[in-house]
Design a protein around this ligand. Structure first.
Ligand code: NAD
Length: 370
């Protein structure tokens, strides 16, 4: 086996192991250990309040026990709604005293990207496990510091990659790994939306770390990596940003990129802050699969074509809830001392790829990845 073949083989093997580790953990109830772990929500913005918090009522192993916010009124109202006692409301200054709250096992960081590192590290030092939203942080260095802090504290760190718990995406990974389409050859992954208010944090570099790539293009990076089960070896990219548009003074709009994988798969990816996209397509030697929408909050739809037959594929348990899936997954990992499916290292890998994408766009060169 030559070096490239061997590396591809090992990476595929790694992908297979990753797939195997996705097999759901046997239910805790069977081991009579069932209990709900307490979660503190840090940052009560749109994603936390509209998507995440309402899902806890459907969770089996997770409940909200504390809130962290800079807005006392908002925190008080939400505390009442979710039954969180006044003593378990924190602000960003007294957050560290959460270490004395035995009702909090896990801290969920749902702040702007530029604050993820600080609050993850503070949470770990306070002796709490951490779920951190995507992208993991603004820089590779911050990701490494977050991983180190959690390791030092002996605490779990998971990244909020909810698509890994979404049934259509899980089925797509299974189809790819089983080579039902033949060996994979090409991936097309497009993610974007038309961003509004020019004053929001997503358009401020210090808080966002970058533009569309950090926020939404990361889903294309993720899809390419989880569909192949491999790590890219080289990156090309092209950026297109109208710097006279008040939204794009500090960050990029469109950044399209190509990722080359050891097995020869090439992924062509779109990331945009000025046009709506949410789909991916995996093409093998015998057919293709397509998800559109692919990674939204709901409404995923999947088509598979093998030979001359195209079918709408309904995955097993199509309505399984990706939000509940990710929340209870981390709680179960804590209860059973297992490594999360998407640990900090997974966020770090994406940051490495995204850093290379930015460099490729800036220099016009192909950037190799070790
Ligand atoms: P948001 O603007 O709605 O909320 C951000 C919250 O952070 C607000 O409550 C705000 O008050 C607070 N905050 C604290 N310090 C701040 C500061 N210095 N500047 C601005 N806000 C500050 O944002 P969001 O959409 O809830 O995003 C939060 C995080 O969640 C981001 O990392 C984002 O990428 C991630 N997110 C993930 C998904 C997903 O599907 N996984 C979806 C949306 C957002």
């Amino acid at each position: 086996m030559n070096t490239i073949d061997r590396r591809a083989f090992l990476q595929r093997l790694g992908g297979g192991l990753a797939a195997a580790s996705f097999a759901p953990l046997p239910l805790l109830a069977e081991t009579r250990q069932e209990r709900k772990l307490g979660w503190a929500i840090v940052g009560l913005g749109g994603y936390a309040t509209r998507q995440i918090m309402p899902q806890f009522k459907n969770c089996r192993f997770s409940k909200i026990t504390a809130l962290v916010s800079g807005s006392p009124d908002k925190a008080r109202t939400l505390a009442q709604e979710y039954g969180v006692p006044q003593r378990s409301i924190y602000d960003y200054r007294n957050f560290d005293s959460i270490r004395d709250n035995p009702e909090v096992d896990i801290v969920y960081v749902v702040l702007p990207n530029g604050l993820h590192a600080e609050y993850t590290i503070r949470a770990a030092r306070a002796g709490k496990h951490v779920m951190c939203e995507k992208p993991m942080a603004n820089t590779v260095r911050e990701c490494e510091q977050m991983i180190a802090a959690c390791r030092q504290a002996g605490k779990k760190l998971m990244i909020g990659y909810r698509s890994r718990f979404e049934p259509h995406n899980v089925e797509a990974i299974r189809v790819a790994r089983a080579q039902e389409l033949g060996p994979s050859r090409v991936i097309v992954a497009d993610h974007g939306f038309n961003i509004g208010n020019p004053n929001q944090w997503r358009l401020k570099r210090e808080l966002s770390g970058g533009g569309s790539l950090m926020d939404i293009g990361v889903y294309s990076v993720q899809a390419a990596r989880y569909l192949t089960g491999e790590e890219p070896t080289a990156v090309n990219a092209v950026e297109s940003t109208d710097r006279s548009d008040p939204r794009f003074r500090e960050v990029e709009d469109i950044i399209n990129f190509q990722l080359r994988f050891p097995s020869g798969v090439v992924a062509n990816c779109v990331s945009s802050y000025s046009s709506p996209h949410n789909r991916y397509r995996l093409v093998g030697t015998r057919g293709w699969l397509e998800l559109e929408p692919a990674t939204g909050y709901s409404g995923q739809s999947m088509r598979v074509r093998v030979g001359n037959t195209t079918e709408n594929r309904i995955p097993p348990e199509p309505t399984r809830n990706q939000f509940v899936g990710q929340l209870d997954h981390l709680s179960e990992c804590v209860l059973r001392d297992r490594e999360p499916l998407v640990p900090g290292e997974e966020g770090l890998r994406d940051l490495r790829v995204m850093t290379a994408i930015y460099e490729a766009a800036r220099t016009g060169r192909t950037i190799p990845l070790a």
